[in-house]
Design a protein around this ligand. Sequence first.
Ligand code: CP
Ligand code: NVA
Length: 336
Amino acid sequence: MTLPAKIPSARRISCHASSSAPSPVHQTGKEGLHDFLHISDFDKLTIMKILDRAAEVKALLKSGDRSFLPFKGKTMAMIFTKPSMRTRVSFETGFFLLGGHAVYLGPDDIQMGKREETRDIARVLSGYNDIIMARVFAHQDIIDLAKHASVPVINGLTDYNHPCQIMADALTIIEHVGQLEGTKVVYVGDGNNIVHSWLLLASVIPFHFVCACPQGFEPDEQTVQKAKSAGISKIEITNDPKEAVIGADVVYSDVWASMGQKDEAAYRKQQFQGFQVDEALMKLAGPKAYFMHCLPAERGTEVTDAVIESSRSIVFPQAENRLHAQNAVMLHALGL
Ligand code: CP
Ligand code: NVA
């Protein structure tokens, strides 16, 4: 096959960056782009705007309309150093539904910090992709990724927090309760990454957040102080779940042993006696209380089968909202 002597200029492959739309390879700063690492990196107006956008794009997708393709021609790298079902599927599907292509990188593909340094991964992936989503163990890894990537980085869960989950939870509460502001959310269980994201949301949007956990399993003290000193929300950390749930709009639960702590599961099961969300606890909460759980749930451990299957349980609409909340987070991250 002989090559044409002259390729028409419009089709000629250039070795230089286009001046109108620079490829991520040539990006140096993040002007107009935003990492999404902690809820508290944003003000109330921005969080509410993202949630409004989530509802808007959700309605569009639910109507069957597939003409909104803001991610057309864009690619996303998804790094997972821990297992996932919801996060992987909702990010990959959401990005595809809005026109983009997502690439899954599992624990064996990257081996963050072992096969390669995080700062090298960040720079290499920035050359191929328009956005990076990552689920990692150490929180410092997501900070390092964001620092060295020239494209936006989205936190898909770390040992410290899970901001995308809490955006989906906020959207779900707005849909079911009518608003987030002024509601009483009572988390029962381990003071873990989910609780930290609730606390960071409470430092931006006013509501009443209570964490009822066994002694010794309280959330990070600095994060509690940050939420309290913001002076926006009422924050309570207690060891009494029965007292805590009274008047709740939402009773929220999560596993007692998070990813990375599964070898402590038996010990934790003993320590968390009295912290299971069962029908008696939901009765104490009152008839208006919804039950939420970020999932995966260990039925019969932190929550009973009856509660998760009850008419007050909104765990599946909550899980579905991961996709819609994250679509809006990605739109914001890309400045679209
Ligand atoms: N809630 C949540 O993040 O679920 P996965 O661990 O399945 O992604
Ligand atoms: N706290 C749980 C949340 C899972 C979505 C964990 O980190 O395993």
